[in-house]
Design a protein around this ligand. Sequence first.
Ligand code: HEC
Length: 119
Amino acid sequence: MKQTKLLLAAISASLLFAGSAGAVEIKDVMKAAMKGDDSLYNKVTKGKGTDADAKKLAACVKNLTGKKAPRGDQAAFDRKVDALIKAADAVANGNKQAVSQLINAGACKACHSAHKPEK
Ligand code: HEC
């Protein structure tokens, strides 16, 4: 948990320096926001997150903007990222209906099967 907090701090810090946006990798966002039962994403989509969690999630996924898709079609990846950011933003702004959009946009398998490199 402590590591996640540090990582989130690092990610928030990097948001302040638009010029160094390349420093945060997709993996960092996954570990900080998506991975695990008590991830920000899980808390927010299950209605267990606080407003602060929703805002952190929205800030965190913004780091995916402009990332090169490790695999698959770049335009398709960009669309998925865009949908995820929009849904997370809407939820952070208090739109409870957007939670279902966030669940769709954040579907792990749909994105991984197309864009996550095979090990
Ligand atoms: C919009 C696309 C997208 C969505 C949605 C997404 N992921 Fe990922 N995820 C990726 C990509 C791309 C990678 C590979 C990153 C790389 O290897 O550089 C990845 C990698 C990961 C990794 C490996 C990190 C590492 O250390 O190598 C984990 C864990 C992960 N995702 C968890 C999740 C979980 C859990 C969800 C759903 C709740 C999720 N992801 C949803 C795109 C996505």
